[in-house]
Ligand binder design. Structure first.
Ligand code: GLU
Length: 304
């Protein structure tokens, strides 16, 4: 089997389907992207790097960044982290407030907004210069200096971020936010605004396919057990209220974002990033998910 051929065939097959998705419109700036963009890039443990379509173009990675803040916070706090956030799928919308009331401000998992806001708070409490230190961490992981926050996207999200502000204040009322909500939210909106290409993303996420070690310089980012746990969280909670469907159809741990990006990881083998901005009704990239289903079916490279 030739992986490049499988990717090319799947790409061309999905490129021409009717895109039934819609752009994320609740963050105004996210509507200003070219919805026809479609890119894919794979990076493998045995150093294959291959992309098709718009795989060099930067896009707003949004919630994909939550895996990176989680990695950094886990690195700093170790197992104590799980006192602040749980590891169960939520079964509710990514920006929902309802469970927090009965669960005393402890979010269900680090990938729903409530959980990611708590993780942002952990980083604020533990880093000297949170924005700069987090960006440097991401640059080290990806072996690229070309990664930046988008001030435009962060400002756009901040201007309409009422629900995230409500979540942060609500969690603070239970004592599970240590810093000022305005500072936590500023950091949260910035980290969601990171812009990367499919190529940068698949390179970066290879450490989760490589037992927690970066491929380029063999630096240990997480222990093997921590790596397993982050992959497990991506498998069970990485796709909003569609994580079961993603496991069912694609069969890989991963994470999506409302910018239309998806990263998926096959432990010990590869990381693959897809970007197509229009989202299905559950908030995952319509073509991205269809592409990955086709790719793992044809390549037989899924974990199940
Ligand atoms: N910044 C977005 C929000 O908080 C992230 C959403 C996402 O990609 O899931 O609504």
């Amino acid at each position: 089997m030739n992986i490049k051929e499988v990717i090319q065939n799947a790409y061309h097959k999905i490129k021409d389907i009717d895109d039934k998705g819609n752009l994320a419109s609740y963050i105004p700036e996210l509507e200003n992207v070219n919805s026809a963009c479609f890119g894919v890039h794979i990076s493998t443990i045995d150093t294959l790097n291959f992309g098709v379509g718009n795989y060099h173009d930067k896009f707003s990675i949004q919630s994909i960044a939550k895996v990176l803040t989680l990695t950094m916070a886990y690195n700093i706090l170790g197992e104590k982290l799980w006192k602040r956030v749980k590891v169960e799928p939520s079964g509710t919308a990514f920006n929902s407030l309802v469970q927090l009331e009965v669960e005393n401000g402890i979010p269900r998992n680090p990938f729903i907004n409530a959980g990611a806001i708590v993780i942002a708070d952990v980083l604020l409490s533990n880093l000297d210069n949170p924005k700069e230190d987090f960006l440097n961490f991401v640059k080290t992981l990806s072996n690229s200096k070309e990664i930046c926050y988008s001030e435009k996207i962060a400002t756009s999200e901040k201007s309409v971020g009422y629900r995230n502000a409500a979540l942060c204040n609500f969690i603070k009322s239970f004592g599970n936010i240590e810093n000022k909500p305005s500072e936590v939210l500023d950091f949260y909106f910035n980290l969601c605004s990171l812009e990367m290409s499919c190529k940068e993303l698949s390179n970066l996420f290879l450490f989760l396919a490589n037992d927690g070690f970066t491929l380029a310089d063999n630096e240990q980012i997480l222990t093997r057990s921590q790596t397993k746990r982050i992959n497990a969280l991506m498998q069970t909670c990485g796709f909003y209220d569609e994580s079961g469907e993603f496991a069912f159809k694609v069969g890989l741990p991963g994470k999506s974002g409302v910018g239309g990006g998806i990263i998926a990881v096959h432990p010990k083998q590869y990381a693959i990033a897809v970007w197509s901005p229009k989202l299905n009704e559950k908030g995952n990239s319509y073509k991205g998910m269809r592409f990955l289903e086709e790719f793992t079916t044809e390549s037989k490279l899924s974990i199940f």
